[in-house]
Design a protein. Structure first.
Lengths: 254, 277
């Protein structure tokens, strides 16, 4: 296909400009009361000037800390157990039975039980975020391991690999594409779980910021917070994609 | 221990009798449930925090017949949750599919909306809850619109991709046979995009089901999310866990039904499902 023509390359910017322009127009013309529908400039002002920058960074850091704690534990456990379950049939059966039964429960449905078990503190939120990451990462890692191309395995064995080295040098690299996809899906779920947990009970983080702003009727701050949440999710997803593309260059990823 | 990768399954199956996968899994679950029950009976696990299987069973019947809270049976909760999902989902389909077809076929528009679609999709639906409450109140409208928002972007992106990546050879062939305008669209492009659209619809329903649970935890007493949230308020672990079981069962039911519908509507597209088995 090659590079798109120049005017097409400019179009994304045009699209963003039109969207922001329309938004500002609705605000200026006051088709909807500006109190409940603030314009983009008001939102930016409320966000960057209305909230002290260090406080804003604190909220972002709190959200990021939470989501990365839960996500990293979930990813580490999900990948380890997924690989073990995929390699050893007996362990796989024992592990998969309870996990497959719990998997259909959406991560957000764990919130009440997590609060009963661990209270309203940090631990219950991390647990919910953990569930968001763990289940998709475990199942996809397992699937990736089990679906390793038999020809690759036979080739590895013909070249004298067996046991651990066969797993480490053939099966796991073959499953790594599935694992990479699983990490991105898992992060999306973790992130959603983080926001929900912060909305329902928290005293810091971006979810708390918007819930708190709503209680005070500061719609501009609510919108700003939502845009921040979207931006944060987008940045992390791009970072994950970038890291994955670099690690898996040999697979001609993407 | 036998490896579980494909080439080894056949070899080990040819050998002496060994326990089947399913029997090992069933035994595992039974042992875990028994351990839970015994630990609870002996007092190692506090009933008020962890419940126990026997108590879950009686609570399950109680939820079906008497209900919680205020005599709202679980059927009422299920109906409320379903109604919200279906309304939001149908609304999203009605808007996203025509729009996605248009965007996917017109290159300039596709480029223009690309950053907006990417951004809107990456906003966690649940984060819109405070805004929806501020705009539309704590009523049904807010909940339905949140489901709509979440479904809309997923179906839209899938429809755009489906419409965009129609095999050009098919379009050229249809053109050569004299097909153009609306005929070309309805007979070639739309059917070719359909599997992708359906995939989007499936993802959207799954997402909607996840989001609605959290949305229902705020400002309502009807719905499965409300059920487990109420259970927490009353510190009733058994009802919370039974509620989660209901949620899981319904989630499984939805995805099973969608798979069947897909097989019925798109019989040429069941390759993935066959790979799993």
């Amino acid at each position: 296909m090659g590079d798109p023509p120049r005017y097409l390359r400019l179009m994304p910017w045009v699209g963003v400009a039109i969207t922001l322009g329309l938004w500002q127009l609705v605000h200026v013309m006051e088709w909807i009361s500006p109190v409940i529908f603030p314009g983009p400039l008001v939102v930016a002002q409320a966000g960057f000037l209305g909230i002290p920058v260090p406080r804003l960074l604190e909220h972002m850091a709190a959200s990021l800390m939470r989501v990365s704690q839960g996500f990293l534990i979930g990813a580490a456990l999900g990948i380890t157990l997924g690989i073990t379950a995929g390699w050893y049939r007996g362990i796989g059966n024992v592990l998969r039975a309870p996990i497959e039964l719990l998997r259909p429960i959406p991560p957000l449905a764990w919130i009440p039980l997590a609060i009963i078990w661990l209270g309203l503190g940090e631990a219950s939120k991390v647990l919910v975020i953990f569930f968001g990451a763990f289940f998709p990462i475990f199942t996809n890692t397992y699937k990736g391991m089990v679906n390793t191309d038999p020809i690759l395995m036979k080739a590895g064995m013909a070249l004298g690999l067996k046991g651990w080295r066969l797993m480490w040098q053939v099966a796991i690299p073959a499953a790594s594409v599935d694992i990479a996809l699983a990490l991105r899906v898992g992060f999306t779920y973790s992130f959603g779980a983080m926001v929900a947990a912060e909305l329902i009970a928290a005293d810091s983080g971006l979810g708390y910021l918007i819930m708190n702003a709503r209680d005070f009727g500061q719609i501009a701050v609510v919108i700003f917070g939502i845009l921040m949440i979207g931006t944060l999710a987008l940045i992390v997803d791009f970072a994950l994609q970038f890291a994955i593309a670099r690690r898996l260059r040999w697979m001609k990823f993407g | 221990m036998t490896r579980f990768t494909k080439p080894f399954i056949r070899r080990s199956d040819a050998g002496a009798w060994r326990p089947t996968d399913l029997s090992v899994q069933i035994v595992t679950v039974v042992v875990l449930l028994a351990a839970w029950e015994i630990a609870s009976q002996l007092g190692y696990l506090k009933v008020y925090r962890f419940s126990r299987p026997s108590k879950l069973a009686t609570t399950f019947v109680h939820l079906l017949t008497v209900g919680f809270p205020n005599n709202i049976t679980v059927w009422v909760h299920i109906k409320a949750t379903f109604l919200r999902i279906i309304l939001g989902f149908l609304l999203a389909c009605a808007c996203a599919i025509p729009l996605g077809m248009l965007i996917g076929r017109v290159r300039v528009i596709e480029r223009m909306v690309d950053p907006i679609v990417t951004f809107c999709r990456s906003i966690a639906v649940i984060s819109l809850l405070p805004l929806a409450i501020a705009w539309f109140g704590v009523g049904e409208l807010s909940r339905v619109l949140l489901i709509f928002y979440g479904c809309f972007w997923i179906i839209l992106t899938n429809t755009i991709q489906g419409a965009r990546y129609v095999d050009p050879v098919m379009i050229d062939a249809a053109r050569a046979l004299g097909c153009r305008g609306p005929g070309l669209f309805f007979q070639v492009i739309a059917p070719a995009a359909l599997p992708r659209v359906f995939a989007g619809m499936k993802i959207a329903v799954g997402m909607a089901f996840m989001v609605i649970i959290a949305v229902e935890m705020i400002g309502t007493i009807e719905g499965l999310g409300a059920l487990i949230q109420q259970a927490r308020t009353f510190y009733n672990t058994s009802i919370a866990i039974d509620g989660m079981i209901f949620i899981a069962l319904i989630g499984l039911g939805i995805s099973y039904t969608l798979d069947r519908v897909e097989r019925l509507l798109l019989p040429w597209n069941v390759k993935d499902a066959a790979d799993d088995g």
